[in-house]
Write a protein that binds this ligand. Structure first.
Ligand code: AQP
Length: 332
């Protein structure tokens, strides 16, 4: 069974619908035919300042949410990035084969560092995509399920894998991004030209999976749409409605065409009201399950411990190959 690998940052109290529809739902589905490694990226999280107590809590909340949405520890290794030292160790080696100009081209760094003001972004934020390449390449996965915003980082990962393989000896598998076109970029409900984002969206633009379901329903009903009344998918002209159609279709498995037909001539009010109900039905059991899992910290830590053991076994073996190939003397 081919391996898959992906990670998510514990940088908010809750994951949002962009994370879920863009990536996490694919994580759940890929478990059937693959051997997955899924991690909580605490080392990526500290590329911007974090409150240590909050970060620790958010890591556990992340683990609880992954389990609640259907990540099954008997099929997937779930672990915390900092529990597997090989990530940072391989990150260093890859730093040394990455060009400065190549790293500087990463648009996510440009966006995030611009927000922090000239000169204030950390070097960690700059080299983040290289650590991400290490996260991935250690497991030699076939696929990396992510949202569209990660495509450029995946390209860098592939370039670094190819560069290392040709400079030394074939060591890494060159992974393919696994990006579902329909849900690759879920948009902010208030600014339907921007992606829904933990750090950039306003509270009314983002639906958190752990929000009070009543709050989520209200956010759907007050999502920005155009002045027309046609429930029709048109990403250019009707970005808001198209985004809501995408969410509706993904949550119910109904095609966009069937939804357009169902709401023909009925206006936005009916459509948003029904979608609000769909969202409530989805988040209510998810939220209850997450809160339940959070009551039993020992079990959560146990799952993460088992996951780290599985991950370390694979990652250490890859790192040994890498160290050997670059010419490090093995310790006795
Ligand atoms: N709006 C989105 N649509 C589709 N996929 C998305 N992802 C994030 N936002 C959307 C995907 O979710 C996974 C985990 O994201 P992450 O937490 O590792 O990092 P991120 O991309 O930084 O998430 P955010 O919410 O956008 O946080 P900020 O704004 O802080 O950067 C990834 O696979 C991502 O593609």
């Amino acid at each position: 069974r081919p391996r898959v690998l992906s990670g998510i940052q514990p940088t908010a109290d809750s994951f949002h619908f962009g994370n879920y529809l863009g990536a996490l739902r694919q994580w759940v589905d890929l478990q059937d035919e693959h051997t997955p490694f899924f991690f909580i990226a605490d080392q990526h999280a500290i590329t911007v300042e974090q409150d240590p107590k909050v970060l620790r809590e958010r890591c556990l909340r992340a683990a609880a949410q992954l389990l609640a949405m259907g990540i099954d520890p008997s099929r997937s290794a779930i672990f915390i990035q900092s529990h597997v030292p090989a990530h940072a160790q391989l990150g260093w080696v890859l730093n040394c084969i990455t060009g400065f100009g190549e790293a500087r081209r990463m648009t996510q760094f440009k966006d995030k560092s611009a927000k922090q003001g000239e000169g204030h972004a950390s070097v960690g934020l700059f080299t983040y995509p290289i650590l991400q390449a290490a996260d991935i390449l250690l497991y030699r996965p076939a696929y990396v399920p992510v949202g569209e915003d990660q495509r450029q980082h995946l390209e860098l990962t592939r370039d670094l894998a190819q560069r290392f393989n040709s400079r030394y000896k074939k060591t890494f598998r060159v992974p393919e991004p696994y990006i579902l076109k329909e849900t690759a970029k879920i948009l902010d409900l208030q600014v339907p030209t921007a992606k829904m984002s933990k750090s950039a969206s306003s509270p009314s633009g983002i639906i958190d999976l752990l929000d009070d379901p009543k709050v989520s329903a209200k956010k759907i009903r007050s999502a920005v749409t155009d002045s027309d009344t046609d429930v029709r998918f048109d990403r250019e002209e009707k970005a808001g409605i198209s985004n809501l159609l995408t969410i509706y279709s993904a949550l119910t498995g109904t095609t966009i065409e069937a939804l357009e037909e169902k709401y023909a001539g009925r206006g936005y009010g009916d459509f948003k009201g029904d979608l609000a109900e769909v969202v409530v039905e989805f988040v209510t059991p998810f939220r209850n399950r997450t809160l339940e899992l959070l009551e039993d910290r020992d079990t959560l830590l146990g799952v993460l411990g088992d996951g780290a053991a599985q991950a370390n076994a694979v990652a250490e073996a890859t790192l040994r190959d890498v160290y050997d190939r670059v010419g490090f003397v093995p310790p006795i």
